[in-house]
Design a protein around this ligand. Structure first.
Ligand SMILES: *[C@@H]1O[C@H](CO)[C@@H](O)[C@H](O)[C@H]1NC(C)=O
Ligand SMILES: *[C@@H]1O[C@H](CO)[C@@H](O)[C@H](O)[C@H]1NC(C)=O
Ligand SMILES: *[C@@H]1O[C@H](CO)[C@@H](O)[C@H](O)[C@H]1NC(C)=O
Ligand SMILES: *[C@@H]1O[C@H](CO)[C@@H](O)[C@H](O)[C@H]1NC(C)=O
Ligand SMILES: *[C@@H]1O[C@H](CO)[C@@H](O)[C@H](O)[C@H]1NC(C)=O
Length: 948
């Protein structure tokens, strides 16, 4: 009878911290229950769902199973070949319920079974997962997550498709509605075979609100290992009690002689049949490796567990004076101070929370205490559960839930179910983070319904989501006008492009803190509200509204005044109507005249694009095209004509269907950009439009191909022209031609510095990156990819990479690695010297001079007043000396070692314009547009010059 097993536990493992915490959390709960009669369980407290099944039935235990059609509306059914499954490993399972499952293919990330619980009651919830031939065909492991109520419960990882996974939680319901949700994981479709819900009346031992207790083991001690498990109807609450684990050698009573009916058992305790057997040894000790059991997420820093021990004296070999008094120790936390007296007239229940030690193993021992008059320990039943604490205070704002339900209804998004934010947000919205928002009530902060095929109108219920900062409804088929969203006082980003929305642009948009507003490709009409125009002008709002044929803005582009009804002011007096009519008529006449004038101008100067380019036209970001690799292969005639090699990769010539020539840059460099980074760059490139920047036309991001497509620049690089490698179509590459190129290029760089947000520092200004089109209009190339300044760089001026080309690189930057826009100014100074002298910045060929650099050579010549000596001889004599002097001085000031003494790009451009004026009476060989003083496009929103 007496077992001499060695104690396998260590009392010292992490005792200090854990001991204190356990003591603070809960003292040992000892409950004595006397003579309560066991009640027959009403099966009405059971919910047994055979997921994916089409029939309801009663199983051999008498449990009624139903189909899941009343609990869920998404997902699909599958049947598996149950004969192949290892169901023998888990007895007591209803194999019938295992052979069908419901699975959830995309696009919704979250699917929920709508389970009604009774608030403040305790429930046992048991799920089974058996993929069988449903998952066995897929190459990857299926993984997904499960939530209970608002709590993220467990990750399920199905690696062996033929062995069932069982997860059972004891759950303190806090709300009457506790959905069980399945969240798509890294691979495979979520699925579930069965769901069982059992209520546990009383259940004092399981009451631990704010925790999910995931069953680790529940042992009916003293039942020989290998014996079948007990559940309903033996246990009226259908807990599954297993026999002694295999290999367990603690001797025990297998069947107390006292009749079952006479055992005193309380309702929520294990039934007499379970208590009737027990381990019975001089020392009961065992360990359990909890670290082998998958941990669920918890807000606790240390993994914890919950245990329940049941003691009832069932032996008849004690005489009247003998009593067992026991010491229980769990991972060093012991009840030595108040030992357990084992009674024969009531069950002693001991439960508590324990913290898992560093070894990941739970150590248990039950031994007779020093005061025990019977020297043998006893244990009738034991339960251990993983205790996951979740934050019960975190809930979703009821208003957000109500509004999102209405929005889902209107937009037919019923596929997404359950709480919008908990345990995981729908994949098309963002919720506030309690850690940063300072409140545990979650609100919806972003809705991203781009490309959802949505039809109908924009739901007015959006106005109830007052915490929204971002609302993207672009790429749908929405119609109607913009509803009143003036309550969205935190909205900074509103994207409505690519829909069929109509009506006026409402005034209230001007009062929202918007910094991005996209309206392109819709049917909006009327005039852009002045308040919005002001924000655009002030540079605080990036607005795009291309392809709205009936939308007028800025007074500049009222090309198709449609639907006067929407412009009219409604029930005004006819008098005012007449006045408005007269004004409108006058405006229309003016418009016609303006158009005629512009048309005449365009006939006169066919090469300029000034008609369209002037003024604040809207960004045509939507015009950026996404190419397939196959299309690019066709466009470039299988990449047959190479134009050159750049940092990003090889550049090929191509021709689009309409005949437009393009340069196709293929990233064949060793370093590919991450997809997100690449697309971010593409998005940024697509909004940078300026006539002096090489136009970005499209991109390709397919498989491993990263390609950027730019406008083709027929006359190649400025470098080739200066080095005499290219023919100049317009005869001599004279001073005015060169000056025009400098004027244009400086404008392009100035745009990058001052009109882009974030500002862009080019970092590689050189004559090879200034390209010329058919008319020798210069455009700056090779900005963008990996050259964008992050805000951090722009403000702190700190960079870790040396970029740029030898000869153009600012020595100041080279020494300090401090990056600023003045580094571009330096490089552009070198470009100017090159244009003036025709010499490479890398040359050491300076006749009659000791100078070792181009800069020093020019300096010495300027000191000597010998301007003619530095001029490129091929330039001819057709130049104004004053103009050349001015540019030379400007170039040298750009090269000033003192950063603060250098002009900024805006100054550089202005000075070059002045130099051009000096040349004005000379023969025109290049078309230099007149430039509006500010940027020509609305895409940029920062006017702050962050350079040092
Ligand atoms: C699995 O196998 C069974 C029996 O062969 C078949 O009825 C069932 O359709 C299969 N299920 C799947 C998902 O392939
Ligand atoms: C336990 O003993 C009772 C009689 O005392 C007997 O009827 C019952 O079948 C036994 N149970 C087991 C599991 O041996
Ligand atoms: C009970 O048993 C113990 C030891 O087996 C013995 O010492 C004691 O005298 C007994 N008491 C009675 C009242 O029989
Ligand atoms: C149970 O036994 C204990 C000690 O033997 C006694 O104090 C208590 O009154 C008993 N309770 C009942 C309900 O018989
Ligand atoms: C949108 O609808 C079209 C036609 O109804 C369909 O072909 C397409 O797959 C849908 N796209 C999405 C993302 O649902």
């Amino acid at each position: 009878m007496i077992n001499k097993q060695k104690a396998s536990y260590q009392t010292m493992v992490g005792e200090g911290a854990r001991g204190i915490r356990v003591a603070a959390k809960l003292v040992h709960l000892v409950i004595l229950c006397f003579g309560l009669l066991q009640q027959a369980a009403a099966q009405g407290d059971f919910t047994s769902i055979d997921c994916g099944s089409t029939v309801s039935y009663t199983d051999s235990l008498g449990i009624k199973w139903e189909t899941d059609e009343n609990y869920i509306s998404t997902g699909q059914n599958a049947v598996i070949n149950i004969k192949q499954a290892n169901v023998g490993t888990v007895d007591a399972l209803n194999t019938n319920a295992l052979q069908t499952l419901r699975y959830f293919p995309g696009p919704a990330n979250k699917h929920c079974y709508d389970i009604k619980l009774v608030a403040a009651k305790v429930f046992v919830i048991r799920l089974t997962f058996l993929g069988g031939n449903f998952t066995s065909g897929s190459a990857t492991v299926t993984s997904f997550s499960v939530s209970l109520g608002t709590a993220y419960w467990q990750d399920i990882r199905v690696s062996d498709p033929w062995t069932p996974i069982i997860r059972e939680a004891t759950f303190n319901a806090l709300q009457p509605y506790s959905p069980i949700c399945f969240q798509r994981g890294a691979s495979g479709n979520p699925f579930v075979n069965s769901i069982e819900v059992r209520s546990l009346p009383g259940a004092a031992a399981y009451r631990l609100p704010g925790y999910i207790l995931t069953n680790l083991f529940r042992i009916d001690c003293g039942v020989k290992s290998g014996s079948p498990s007990s559940r309903y109807p033996d246990d009226p609450f259908d807990r599954i009690w297993t026999a002694d684990p295999p290999g367990f050698s603690i001797p025990g009573f297998t069947n107390a002689s006292a009749p079952t009916e006479n055992l005193p058992v309380a309702t929520d305790q294990p039934p007499a049949l379970i208590l009737k057997s027990a381990w019975n040894a001089s020392q009961i000790s065992f360990t359990w490796n909890m670290s082998a059991f998958p941990a669920g997420p918890t807000i606790e820093p240390v993994r914890s567990y919950w245990y329940i021990f049941y003691f009832l004296e069932i032996a008849d070999d004690l005489n009247s004076t003998e009593t067992r008094v026991l010491d229980l120790s769990v991972d060093g936390s012991s009840n030595k101070d108040s030992p357990i007296t084992v009674m024969s007239n009531g069950t002693t229940v001991v439960n508590n929370l324990g913290l898992l030690g560093d070894d990941g193993i739970i150590h248990v021992s039950v031994v007779p205490s020093a005061t025990s008059t019977f020297p043998v320990a006893l244990l009738n039943a034991v339960e251990f559960a993983d205790a996951q604490e979740y934050d019960i205070k975190v809930t979703t704002s009821p208003a957000a839930v109500t509004n999102i339900e209405a929005i889902k209804e209107k937009l037919s998004l019923s596929e997404w179910q359950g709480d919008p934010c908990l345990a995981w947000p729908y994949n098309w919205l963002k919720c506030s983070d309690p850690a940063t928002s300072g409140t545990s009530i979650l609100d919806i902060t972003a809705l991203k319904l781009s490309g959802f095929n949505l039809t109908g109108k924009i739901p007015a219920e959006l106005t109830g989501l007052t915490e929204l900062t971002q609302l993207a409804l672009n790429g749908n088929k929405l119609t109607g006008s913009i509803p009143d969203l003036s309550a969205l006082t935190k909205l900074t980003n509103l994207q409505l492009h690519n829909n069929s929305l109509s009506g006026p642009i409402p005034e209230f948009l001007g009062s929202l803190p918007l910094n991005v507003l996209t309206l392109d490709n819709n049917l909006f009409e009327g005039k852009l509200p002045a308040s919005l125009q002001e924000k655009v002008d002030a540079g605080v709002l990036t607005l795009s509204a291309a392809n709205n044929p009936f939308l007028c803005f800025g007074g500049n582009r009222c090309l198709g005044a449609k639907a006067p009804s929407s412009l009219s002011t409604g029930h005004k007096s006819s008098h005012i109507g007449v006045i408005i009519g007269a004004i409108a008529g006058g405006l229309a006449l003016l418009l016609v005249l303006l158009l005629l004038f512009l048309y005449w101008r365009s006939l006169k100067k066919p090469a300029t694009k000034s008609v369209i380019g002037r003024g604040k036209l809207l960004a045509e970001s939507s015009k950026v095209k996404s190419f397939s690799w196959a299309e690019l292969t066709a466009i470039t005639s299988n990449f047959s004509k190479i134009l050159g090699r750049g940092g990003f990769g090889d550049v090929y010539q191509g021709e689009l269907q309409g005949g437009q020539k393009v340069a196709v840059k293929v990233n064949n460099a060793n370093t590919k950009y991450g997809e997100e980074q690449f697309l971010n760059e593409v998005a940024l490139l697509s909004v940078i439009h300026h006539r002096n920047l090489v136009s970005f036309i499209g991109f390709c991001d397919e498989d491993t191909h990263q390609v950027l497509v730019y406008e083709f620049m027929a006359q190649g690089t400025l470098e080739d022209h200066i080095r005499g490698k290219a023919d100049t179509v317009l005869g001599t590459f004279d001073w005015k031609t060169r000056l025009g190129i400098l004027v244009n290029a400086s404008k392009g760089i100035e745009y990058l510095h001052n009109s882009c947000n974030p500002p862009i520092i080019h970092r590689d200004i050189k004559t090879a990156n200034i390209l010329l089109n058919e008319q020798l209009v210069a455009k700056v190339a090779d900005f963008g990819i990996s050259k964008l300044t992050s805000d951090e760089i722009a403000t702190s001026g700190v960079s870790t990479q040396v970029k740029g080309s030898f000869g153009y690189l600012d020595p100041e930057y080279f020494q300090t690695f401090h990056l600023s826009q003045r580094n571009d100014v330096y490089s552009f100074g070198v470009v100017m010297l090159e244009v003036i002298t025709g010499k490479s910045p890398r040359t050491v060929d300076f006749p009659d001079s000791q100078a070792s650099t181009l800069q020093n050579w020019v300096h010495s010549k300027v000191r000597d007043g010998d301007i003619g000596g530095i001029l490129d001889p091929v330039m001819g004599s057709n130049y104004e000396a004053e103009s050349v002097w001015k540019v030379t001085e400007l170039a040298l000031s750009c090269l000033d070692p003192d950063l603060s003494a250098r002009p900024d790009m805006k100054r550089v451009h202005q000075e070059l314009m002045q130099a051009m004026e000096y040349e004005e009476h000379h023969k025109t060989t290049i078309l230099v547009d007149s430039y509006p003083s500010e940027s020509t496009l609305l895409t940029a929103s920062s006017t702050t010059n962050r350079s040092s």
